[in-house]
Design a protein. Structure first.
Length: 487
């Protein structure tokens, strides 16, 4: 008997109405797609990195031709701010970067020499890809966060099965129009649509997992991967602090903090989520911040004009309002913003500055993921560092001081993977340059950016050739000269 596929209506964050429908996959369909990808991966890996680069260069051309349409789809999915419209171009940068970096990464992994511990043995490396990589991605920056993992995995020689968030499916559909134009790529790169059960089904099929999302879901993913004994790389939330010292240029600090906290409606994992300002400059800093915050326009009339878009995922507005209400109930003051407005069906929050906050409040402990800036005064640098490190998270942090040296000295003592000095929001600066680890609940596994991030998809084998005589059983030189084996 034929069964009807289940569908899901998808909300448009700008209008509030469901204007898109997706067909939900079943676990059987996930298994069938995984089997096809796994079969095709053998030929993909056999092409070598040079062959794959030639295919990926053709994909880059297809993305270039569709870059505007991809950006439009991202803007509809997320509610739109100017970051959305450039997503096609960011994708081109991602693919183009790996066209240069992947061959170098493979060359760096090649190894052939005589062993230093057993001089008659030749050691040679062989690099093999995990056959099937599962990528599970969130609703914020839905294209970029899917492709940060999928693109290097494909260059590595893996096949990729992507499970995007059901909240933001349109941009993935636009992306796959470009994938289908390159048949060799379409054979090894596919996606499945659905919610958490389909994420779990992907984990059930893959050889390694890359997950970006919240801490609670990340835990479930880690447990499911542990049960299958497959590796997982988790990129989770943040509660990123910014310290402003007494010697800082306060106008510069207020500009940087505002951008870092409210860009993309604060729905960025490395948004500034809490600010610590020296008590002697607290009031002056807050006045500058409020003044700048009140000049930021919503983009409700025109997504291309104005900087604050609607919440992408309506329930996120409830979480943000819960944090604000909890802070107010415990004594905080909202100086500007603080109320969600419904405009044309979308849910908006203007930049919201709070003072009188402390670490008993949710807004200083849990990820808010909205355009909120709680500001707290500190007495000395030791207290500022203690407060910055008083968190389960450790994704990024910022320090704004009078000199780079002063900022660096403080930054070196903060437990986070990316430390931005005399600015905020500098993550893109390390994209192709240097990968860093996340601390605490913010991440698990190996770095996802930087040239070595491709290693997450590669296993290295050693081929060991004996070129000398074979040891007799009573000789111990087969254990190597430095083993200290008793005579
Ligand atoms: P979620 O954790 O809710 O979801 C992430 C993905 O996991 C979605 O595709 C979701 O599907 C899927 N999923 C849900 N349940 C399960 C499950 N049991 N097993 C497997 N997969 C599952 O995160 P959000 O989408 O709400 O994204 C926002 C979060 O992402 C924030 O906490 C943010 O900080 C974090 N993030 C981290 C970044 C980083 O690099 N550290 C970058 C950007 C965001 P569906 O949505 O369809 O239910």
């Amino acid at each position: 008997m034929a069964t009807t596929a289940a569908t899901l209506a998808v909300r448009n964050p700008r209008t509030g109405s469901a204007d898109h429908t997706i067909t939900l996959a079943t676990a059987e369909e996930v298994a069938a797609k995984a089997a096809v990808l796994r079969e095709n991966q053998r030929g993909w890996e056999a092409m070598g990195v040079g062959g794959r680069c030639a295919v990926m260069a053709r994909w880059l051309g297809a993305v270039k031709a569709q870059a505007m349409a991809i950006g439009e789809a991202d803007a509809v999915d997320t509610g739109g701010c100017h970051t959305s419209y450039v997503q096609g171009f960011i994708t081109m940068g991602n693919i183009g970067g790996w066209l240069e970096d992947a061959p170098k990464a493979f060359a760096a992994l090649e190894w052939q020499s005589m062993s230093t511990s057993m001089p008659t043995v030749e050691v040679e490396s062989q690099v093999v890809a995990y056959p099937l990589v599962g990528v599970i991605s969130p609703w914020n920056a839905p294209l970029m966060l899917a492709l940060l993992d999928a693109v290097p995995a494909l260059f590595a020689g893996s096949a990729v099965l992507l499970k995007p968030s059901e909240v933001t499916p349109r941009v993935i559909e636009a992306l796959f129009e470009t994938v289908r134009q390159v048949p060799e790529l379409a054979a090894v790169f596919d996606y499945v649509t659905g919610a958490g059960d389909i994420g779990q089904a992907v984990i059930g099929q893959a050889d390694t997992i890359c997950f970006t999302g919240s801490v609670p879901t990340g835990r479930k993913v880690a447990v499911a991967c542990a049960e299958r004994l497959i590796p997982c790389n988790l990129e989770l939330g943040g509660k990123d602090p910014c310290i402003v010292t007494e010697s800082a240029d306060l106008d510069r600090a207020a500009t940087a903090v505002l951008r870092g906290a409210v860009y993309a409606t604060g729905q960025v994992c490395y948004s500034v989520e809490r600010v610590y300002v020296h008590a002697s400059v607290h009031d002056e800093f807050v006045a500058l911040l409020v003044d700048k915050a009140e000049k930021v326009r919503l983009n409700a009339d025109n997504p291309r004009a104005g900087l604050i878009g609607p919440f992408t995922f309506a329930p996120q507005a409830d979480i943000v309002m819960r944090h604000i209400a909890d802070a107010k109930a415990k004594g905080a003051t909202v100086l500007t913003g603080g109320e969600v407005e419904e405009l044309g069906g979308g849910l908006y929050l203007r930049p919201t500055v709070l003072t009188g906050v402390n670490h008993e409040m949710e807004i200083m402990q849990d990820e808010t993921f909205g355009p909120c800036i709680p500001v707290m005064a500190y007495g000395d640098v030791e207290e500022a560092i203690r407060l910055a490190n008083d968190t389960h998270f450790g994704l990024t942090a910022s320090v704004i001081a009078g000199t780079a040296e002063e900022a660096k000295a403080i930054g070196k003592r903060i437990n986070a993977g990316g430390i931005f000095l005399n600015d905020t929001f500098l993550t893109f600066a390390k994209m192709r340059t240097f990968g860093s680890d996340s601390f605490g609940w913010s991440g698990y596994g190996s770095p996802r950016i930087g040239p070595e991030s491709i290693r997450r998809f590669l296993r290295r084998k050693s081929l060991l050739t004996q070129t000398g005589p074979v040891a007799d059983i009573q000789d111990d030189h087969h254990l190597g000269p430095k083993t200290g084996a008793p005579k």
